[in-house]
Structures are given as structure tokens and as C-alpha cells.
Design a protein around this ligand. Structure first.
Ligand SMILES: CC(C)C(=O)C(=O)O
Length: 314
């Protein structure tokens, strides 16, 4: 059951400045599962991806080619992609940290990759074993080679709104990192609130800093974690600024192995409920999505953190 079946008005806001359609970038199979301590069997991951595609999601971040030593949960990246029935009209981007990761991704026949940078010095050191400036020496050749091979490259920027070691992050610092990724050849930036400390005001500040520096709003996506319950409010702030790509994770799974204060991502069901209420198109079959997250929660042995999944399938 969704907003429409409850007979609620489909457009709760004034709607003037909202986009008519939003692309949901589903990160559950990668960001959602990477923090699970018990390794999820590859056949469960394949079924998860397949169910999400059947529910109408057209961008499924499938896995990551990080070294298996760092994220053992995703050590089965090659096997997963080999077993996956890749559907027409569905993109299956993967994360690649370095050239070795790109080699593996190319061998697995991927068409979309994402690199991940940090907006702060400390997280660059802890997550990438690099530095704020030095990280680009790692990404630039990866982006160039990926582009030469005909791949589309997304650039993630982590810790855009706050960092557990450095506190608040200056929007100008985020913009400087993001622009270097765009200049290097990324087609889109995803601005990560890795530890979930953003508020609607800081989201507006960072988005304004990008657009004032000449970056098109259409080149920006948002990636919120829900640690302080602000992910939906932050999403609405971003939609009002004209953002049309929103990252979310089915069932609200998620976290980050290198940032202990990170909790689950914005749940895709909560996002779809919001979009339905605003009358914004998204192409997702809500009931099939809730059923998928309830199914995954059973596989993981604990209830979904998504408020919507709990309300409807708890
Ligand atoms: C590391 C990136 C990809 C991320 O998931 C985040 O910042 O939340």
C-alpha cells in the first residue's frame, strides 16, 4: 500500500520548484551489504539484484572491486557479475578504487564504474590510505582509462557535510574535490553524507556552492545516511534545489566499514513514499520493493530499519 492507496493528496508541496522525475540510484547491494559482518551468499545477492530490477529500479550499484582484504563481504564481485542476468535498460555500476580494481571490472564486462574520493584529509588517509591532494593521483588514471574503454564514470565525494575527525567541512573544500573529479572526466558527482550529519540547511549550502562555482545541478546526485533521521528532509531540500538523482538503499541497509558513526542509507521505500506524496515519477513498483526488502531482512535475520518497510511488512 502506498500514499495513493491511502487517498492522500499526491502533491503535498507547492511543487513549483520540484523535478517531475527522479532517478533512484539503488546502492543496497553495495553500500547496504558491505558492512554486514556475516558474508551473504552470492546467490542471495544475485536474487536481491534481480528482485530490485523486477521492482523497476534501473540503476543498481551491484558491488565493489576493492581489495577483498578490506571488504570481505564483496570479495565475490566477479562471481556475482558472472551469475547476474543483466537486464536491458538496467545499469549495474560498480565501485573501483584503483587501476587494479578497474582491470577486474573491465574483465567482468561492466559498463558503469564509480570512483570514490574524500572531501577531508583524515578520511582520505583512513579510507584511501592517501591524502586530500594525493588521492587524485590514484583516481585520474582510473577515470582516464575507464573513459578510453567507453565506460561511464561516476565520482563519489564522501564526508561532504561533516567528518567524525575534522567536524564541519567547508563547502568550498567539497566543491574543490568535486570539480577535480568532473574535470578528470566523471559524468556525475554523488555528494555523500557518509555519517548522516547533514541538515536541510547544510545541504542547501553545499549545493549552492557547487552551482555558484558553475557546476550544473543536473551533474549532482545526493547520497544521505540516516544516522540522525534527517535523510528524507535532506532529500527534500536537494529536490527543491533541482537535484534529480537520489541514492538510496532498499530497506535502509548500510554503513561504512571505515566510518563507525555511519549507519544505514536513506531507505529506498522511504524515498519512494516521499516521491509519491510529491507526485514525482520514479518508475518503481512500491509493493514489489517493500516485498524485496522484507525478504532481504529475513535473509539477514533482523528487521529492516526502514520506517516504511516496518509499517507495511514489519
Ligand atoms: C564511500 C562512498 C561511496 C559512500 O558510500 C559514502 O560516502 O557513503
Amino acid at each position: 500500500m502506498g500514499v495513493r492507496e491511502l487517498g492522500l493528496p499526491e502533491r503535498l508541496g507547492s511543487g513549483e520548484s520540484l523535478p517531475s522525475r527522479v532517478e533512484i540510484w539503488e546502492v543496497g547491494p553495495r553500500d547496504g551489504l558491505q558492512n554486514e559482518t556475516e558474508v551473504v551468499p552470492v546467490e542471495v545477492k544475485v536474487e536481491f539484484l534481480d528482485r530490485l530490477a523486477r521492482a523497476g529500479l534501473t540503476t543498481l550499484e551491484a558491488t565493489s572491486f576493492v581489495h577483498p582484504k578490506w571488504v570481505p563481504q564483496l570479495a565475490d564481485a566477479e562471481e556475482l557479475l558472472a551469475r547476474l542476468d543483466r537486464r536491458d535498460g538496467v545499469r549495474y555500476p560498480v565501485l573501483v578504487p584503483n587501476e587494479r580494481g578497474l582491470d577486474r571490472a573491465l574483465a567482468a564486462g561492466v559498463t558503469h564504474v564509480a570512483v570514490f574520493a574524500s572531501a577531508t584529509e583524515t578520511f582520505a588517509r583512513r579510507n584511501l590510505n592517501s591524502g586530500l591532494d594525493a588521492q587524485f593521483a590514484m583516481f585520474e588514471p582510473v577515470i582516464a582509462r575507464a573513459r578510453e574503454s567507453g565506460l561511464d564514470v561516476r565520482g563519489y565525494v564522501s564526508m561532504c557535510f561533516g567528518d567524525p575527525w575534522e567536524g564541519a567541512v567547508a563547502p568550498e573544500q567539497v566543491v574543490a574535490v568535486g570539480k577535480r573529479l568532473l574535470d578528470a572526466g566523471c559524468s556525475q558527482l554523488s555528494l555523500g553524507d557518509t555519517i548522516g550529519v547533514a541538515t536541510a540547511a547544510s545541504v542547501e549550502r553545499v549545493l549552492d556552492a557547487f552551482t555558484e562555482s558553475g557546476v550544473a545541478i543536473g551533474d549532482l546526485a545526493v547520497h544521505f545516511h540516516d544516522t540522525y533521521g534527517q535523510a528524507l528532509a535532506n532529500t527534500l531540500a536537494a529536490l527543491r534545489k533541482g537535484v534529480t538523482t537520489v541514492d538510496s538503499s532498499a530497506g535502509g541497509l548500510g554503513g561504512c566499514p571505515y566510518a563507525e558513526s555511519a549507519t544505514g542509507n536513506l531507505a529506498t521505500e522511504d524515498l519512494v513514499w516521499l516521491l509519491d506524496g510529491l507526485g514525482i515519477e520514479h518508475g518503481v513498483d512500491f509493493d514489489a520493493l517493500v516485498e524485496t526488502s522484507a525478504w532481504m531482512a529475513t535473509r539477514l535475520g533482523r528487521p529492516s530499519p526502514s520506517r516504511v518497510v516496518r509499517a507495511l511488512a514489519g
